[in-house]
Design a protein around this ligand. Structure first.
Ligand code: CAA
Length: 379
């Protein structure tokens, strides 16, 4: 087994680390405090190739592998998990899905602008009554011949107000259940399409999340992705890959928390010595480091499986399940190690702790990951 990263992968990791430290660190507290969307930063991420990393250069992407994507996601998430969720949705859910299953016309129309950051994309599956239970879609896409008539509401949509292109999951034929679902490309500005107000969130406050409302939106037939009724499988496949990105986001939140806690514990003195010399702190650091290494190995395993065209539903779900718990645990311990300083914003760890929670909820809760894993084990 070869655990060495290639020169290209190391270069991507270094570039992402450099970008995160020089461009994201300075304003991250303010963006979190004011729920400010990182427009300038996302523009730069597009210019540097972080928004379409795995897309073929033919469509403006970086043509990179999933391992490189995981490495970049970790580095960016260490500093700003709001930027990394925007990056993850654009890369894993929107660009990957479009490149894999879109028509040539759809790819040429949207991918170059999505990969360059000129526009960003969103993926709309969740509804007021269909989150984990994804087959129970209430949004309808009625077949009207040369167009679909789209009606319904979507909830918790990342990039909701800022996206220009939305991949919307909707039911066309209720009798066929999940086999009657389609995914349509909806553009901002289509008549009858409105976005709701930004949600006021606990974490990842720089990213914008909102509801989408569709009221008799006419979506041309050529905007459907794949064959009629392919929508649910499309959504499941896209989410299986998306979970690797969110696992890497969680890994970054964990390792960012750990690095801050390690640095602080060498500087802060108590009882005459740096607190790192106390066993109570050493045990915490040892647990954090061990879990983070294990989470990283799971993320890289899932990324490797995807790059090797092997099934990655189970390894991706395992990576997300474990990395998101590690993010939660490590960020709570980082606050504890910082003591009172950990409870104030200037020290960053309280933000990482708030950001960690969503990684156990979106792109499938931890319970959903256990369903996916156990089904794969038992089948
Ligand atoms: N690849 C391809 N097909 C898949 C698949 C995969 N990974 N997983 C399931 N399918 C297919 C099945 O083969 C089946 O097809 P057939 O009936 O034709 O054989 C079909 O999908 C239905 O599968 P299930 O019977 O397993 O479906 P289910 O209703 O029992 O649910 C589930 C399975 C895993 C619970 C699924 O509903 C699920 O993943 N739910 C969570 C959804 C989710 O992640 N929501 C988060 C929203 S997105 C988000 O958060 C983005 C963001 O903004 C950050």
């Amino acid at each position: 087994m070869d655990f060495q990263l290639t020169e290209e992968q190391l270069a991507v990791q270094a570039a992402a680390r450099d970008f995160a430290q020089t461009e994201l660190w300075a304003g991250v507290i303010e963006r979190d405090e004011h729920q400010k969307f990182p427009a300038e930063q996302i523009k730069k991420m597009g210019e540097l190739g972080f928004l379409g990393m795995m897309v073929s250069p033919e469509y403006g992407g970086g043509g990179m592998d999933t391992v490189s994507y995981v490495l970049a996601m970790e580095e960016i998430s260490k500093v700003d998990a709001s930027c990394s969720v925007i990056m993850s949705v654009n890369n894993s859910l929107v660009c990957w899905g479009l490149e894999k299953y879109g028509t040539e016309e759809q790819k040429r129309k949207y991918l170059p602008r999505l990969t360059s950051g000129e526009i960003i994309g969103a993926f709309a599956l969740s509804e007021p009554e269909a989150g984990s239970d994804a087959t129970s879609q209430r949004t309808t896409a009625e077949d009207k011949g040369d167009y679909y008539l789209l009606n319904g509401t979507k909830n918790w949509i990342t990039n909701g107000t800022t996206a220009s292109v939305y991949l919307v999951v909707a039911q066309t034929n209720v009798e066929l259940k999940h086999r009657g679902i389609n995914v349509l490309i909806v553009e901002k500005g289509m008549e009858g399409f409105q976005t709701g107000p930004k949600e006021n969130k606990l974490g990842i406050r720089g990213s914008d999340t909102c509801s989408l409302m569709f009221n008799d939106v006419k979506v041309p037939k050529e905007n459907r992705i794949g064959e009629d009724g392919f929508g649910f499988k499309f959504a499941m496949q896209v989410l299986a890959g998306g979970r690797i990105g969110i696992a890497a986001q969680a890994l970054g939140i964990a390792s960012g928390s750990y690095e801050l806690a390690l640095k602080y514990s060498k500087e802060r003195k108590a009882f005459g010595v740096p607190i790192a010399q106390h066993q109570a702190i050493q045990f915490k650091l040892a647990d954090m480091a061990t879990n983070i290494d294990a989470a990283r190995l799971l993320c890289l395993q899932a990324a490797h499986d995807k790059d090797a065209h092997q099934d990655y539903a189970k390894s991706g779900a395992m990576a997300k399940l474990f990395a998101s718990k590690t993010a939660m645990d490590a960020s709570v311990e980082a606050v504890q190690i910082h003591g009172g300083y950990g409870f104030v914003k200037e020290y960053h760890v309280e933000r990482l702790m708030r950001d960690a929670k969503i990684t156990q909820i979106y792109e499938g809760t931890s319970e959903i990951q256990k369903i996916v894993i156990s089904r794969e084990i038992l089948k």
